[in-house]
Design a protein around this ligand. Structure first.
Ligand code: FAD
Ligand code: FES
Length: 289
């Protein structure tokens, strides 16, 4: 379903990887913050300036172990620290979460397309994040809140498995205290002392005020969660070209050469990770081809 309106695409200029950047550059770790039992946020401070747009990712290289794609989760207007939030799922990501201050990691990037933050000015925004999916959307929240007057209603719907898995707790609390953004957090399961919402994040969509003709939705999380969220947004009347998603596929080169991240006729590293949903809807259920 398409509105036929002039709905933003992920911008062209954030899709242009530099082909000469295959060599990781060594960067010192300047801060490590433990978010949950298996998630850490690391800050890197490169020698030279680093710029990115919300939605992009870096390739992080643990010397002798391997390289993984990790989204940029910091403030795009911040100082030149580079922020990544990593969940330990395998050898490389586990090693990254064990880094300490003054350790050195290899990094190349930024790569990939971006969320349509600038193009959504004048629209309402609904951000739907599940689990670690909040990390690539956090730069959107920073950017939108820094230019709050340029947007209509802004809602952030965030779901975690349990209270102990909630990321960026202090920031969520600070954003919740603002009167100009609606922050709703839910958890899949909780003990009796949890006073917040219980249930999966797509279940928040039917009770969120949404004007389907004036909203842009940005969705990131496990694919099953994104599928239910997209269904719920469609039931609220959103056309598919008003919904943006960020996809994950295995990556090697990250510059459109090796084909590891193929997704339908697209490569996630080169054409994504952020896609306007109507562009990829036919391939969304296919895990690998
Ligand atoms: C564009 C992009 C952005 C990403 N951003 C982030 C990010 O901000 N933070 C982050 O932590 N990860 C992110 N990832 C996922 C990350 O790249 C993988 O988790 C990582 O490659 C795993 O590598 P590994 O060597 O540690 O584990 P592997 O040895 O490759 O995997 C170990 C086990 O974990 C499973 N696994 C692999 N990836 C995941 C996953 N994403 N979720 C659950 N299980 C998984 C594998 O199937 C395997 O069973 C991103 C991926 C992409 C493509
Ligand atoms: S990772 Fe090599 S083409 Fe995308």
């Amino acid at each position: 379903m398409s509105t036929g309106h002039n709905v933003p695409e992920a911008r062209e200029e954030c899709r242009a990887p530099s082909p000469d950047s295959l060599l990781p550059m060594p960067v010192p770790v300047t801060r490590v913050r433990r978010e949950t039992a298996d998630v850490a946020t690391i800050e890197l401070t490169p020698a030279s300036a680093f710029a990115f747009v919300p939605g992009q990712f870096n390739m992080l290289y643990m010397f002798g172990l391997g390289e993984v794609a990790i989204s940029l989760s910091g403030d795009p207007a911040g100082d030149h620290r580079i922020v990544h939030t990593v969940r330990a799922v395998g050898a490389v990501s586990q090693a990254i979460t064990r880094l300490r201050r003054n350790d050195v990691i290899g990094m190349r990037g930024p790569y990939g397309s971006c969320w349509p933050v600038a193009e959504s000015e004048g629209s309402d925004i609904v951000i739907v994040a599940g689990g670690l999916g909040l990390a690539p959307l956090r730069p959107v929240i920073y950017r939108v809140l820094a230019h709050r007057e340029r947007y209509g209603r802004v809602a952030v719907l965030y779901g975690a498995r349990g209270p102990a898995e909630i990321l960026y707790r202090r920031e969520l609390e600070a954003w919740r205290r603002r009167l100009d953004v609606d922050i709703t957090v839910t958890v899949d399961h909780a003990a009796a002392d949890w006073r917040g919402n219980v249930g999966v994040v797509p279940a928040l969509i039917p009770r969120t005020p949404i004007d389907p003709d004036h909203v842009i939705a940005m969705v990131c999380g496990p694919e099953i969660m994104m599928r239910f969220a997209i269904d719920a947004l469609q039931q609220r009347g959103l056309a598919l070209d008003r919904i943006f998603v960020s996809m994950e596929r295995n990556m090697k080169c990250a510059i459109g050469l090796c084909g590891h991240c193929q997704f339908g006729p697209t490569f996630v590293c080169r054409d994504g990770p952020v896609f306007r949903f109507d562009r990829i809807a036919p391939f969304f259920n296919i895990r690998e081809i």
